[in-house]
Design a protein around this ligand. Structure first.
Ligand SMILES: C[S@@+](CC[C@H](N)C(=O)[O-])C[C@H]1O[C@@H](n2cnc3c(N)ncnc32)[C@H](O)[C@@H]1O
Length: 393
């Protein structure tokens, strides 16, 4: 197959040679005529050997995404079979802990625009770019040949598709997919709303961090799980002996599922509060509440570089307000799930919040997205979830 070519400027060429998988629109110097959105292309520097194969969409600010840094590779069916097989084997160690995991983490697995989450026999798939949309058939064939499935569901990200000039795409693709299923994580079961739930239904990325927090809290003191979604952190602590757990989320449906999760797992001492987390913290301060552990896992405050400063103010405020509820020796777990917020940024916001609260803190653990969300060297966008477990002095 002869591919059309896009020529990129020297800065883009240097970055692609260092395995950065994107080329921005303003880095293109020339493109072959008649390029269709999402078409496969050979990515070329101004002079010299091609840099790789990708797909292009001139409507998108990210105009080229690289699928292979070897210009000889053609992304055909066997390419996807190989990619999916190597993604699966990377996750070998997880099956003893869970039956729900991310099988394909976009750039992290070298497949920009594609996310595949696996929930006990069902695959939830996102085609988030014009290029991956065109390759949908190859991806689905490879996926069905990879492992036994009972159904495949489309949960593509509407916002990302819009940036690519694509219409929304959701709904069953193959087989019969139930609305909700129970999945296992360690010795807990969680209800996942496959069709309507946030993301593809569950925050798979926090699995290892739920385990880390549940292994390090003081069971004699209350646990506050803010932005709890379906209760992952708080219920993991309850399973490990926490007598009192407070789960707070603004979403009524997430909280209802958290309640179902508590019942299914036979956990008591769990209260559910539907509230804005910032208001809740201020209310708790007024009534003189005290906790031994606070978990702060907000949604991405920064969805672009422009939103970084506001995001850091948000983290600082969360740290300040939470620190006021924690006695000496209390634990705080705080996360950012935006790749725009770096570890140093988050640590800086934590430092300002603790300074405002006149508290010192120790970092007990550096936390990050679990291993089924691989971070690829050269692809910083694949590293989005970072956090710290702190002890307050
Ligand atoms: C990253 S998720 C939390 C995932 C959760 N920790 C888990 O392990 O499953 C963020 C959650 O924050 C909730 N949320 C968003 N804005 C909020 C707010 N202002 N106050 C409280 N909860 C909020 C969302 O409904 C979502 O469930």
């Amino acid at each position: 197959m002869r591919l059309k070519r896009v020529f990129v400027d020297d800065s883009a060429a240097a970055k692609v040679r260092a395995f950065f998988p994107w080329v921005y629109r303003d880095q293109l110097v020339e493109v072959d005529d008649g390029l269709e959105p999402g078409e496969l292309v050979l990515v070329c520097p101004r002079k010299g050997r091609p840099l790789g194969v990708g797909y292009a969409n001139l409507r998108s600010v990210i105009s080229v995404r690289i699928l292979s840094f070897d210009p000889e590779v053609v992304p055909d069916r066997s390419f996807f079979e190989l990619k999916l097989r190597s993604a699966l084997s990377l996750r070998d160690g997880l099956w003893s802990r869970t039956n729900a995991l991310r099988l394909v983490h976009a750039e992290g697995d070298g497949l920009p625009g594609l996310v595949v989450d696996y929930y006990d026999g069902y695959a939830s798939v996102q085609f988030n770019s014009a290029g991956m949309e065109r390759l949908r058939g190859l991806v689905l064939d490879a996926l069905r040949g990879l492992l036994p499935l009972r159904g495949i569901l489309d949960r593509s990200d509407e916002r990302m598709r819009e940036k690519e000039g694509l219409p929304p795409s959701e709904g069953p693709i193959w087989g019969v997919v139930p609305d909700r299923i129970w999945v296992r994580e360690g010795d807990l079961e969680f209800l996942v709303d496959l069709k309507e739930g946030q993301k593809t239904g569950f925050y798979l990325d926090q699995r290892a961090n739920r385990e880390a927090v549940a292994s390090s809290f003081d069971p004699g003191t209350p646990v506050l799980d803010l932005f709890c979604h379906t209760g992952g952190f708080g219920l993991s602590c309850a399973r490990r002996g926490a007598k009192e757990v407070v789960l707070v989320d603004v979403s009524r449906s997430a909280l209802e599922m958290a309640g179902e999760n508590a019942r299914r797992n036979g956990l008591s001492g769990v209260s559910l509060v539907q509230a804005d987390a910032f208001d809740f913290l201020r209310g708790e301060r007024k009534r003189g509440a005290a906790y031994g552990t606070v978990v702060l896992d907000p949604p991405p405050f920064a969805k672009s570089r422009r939103e970084l400063e506001g995001a850091l103010r948000g983290y600082r405020d969360l740290v300040l307000q939470s620190a006021r509820l924690l006695a000496p020796g209390g634990k705080m777990a705080i996360f950012s799930c935006s790749h725009w917020v770096g570890e140093e940024d988050l640590l800086g916001a934590i430092a300002s919040g603790l300074a405002d609260a006149e508290r010192e803190g120790l970092v007990l653990l550096h936390l990050r997205q679990d291993q089924d969300h691989p971070v690829r060297v050269g692809a910083p966008m694949s590293y989005y979830l970072k956090g710290f477990l702190l002890s307050l002095l």
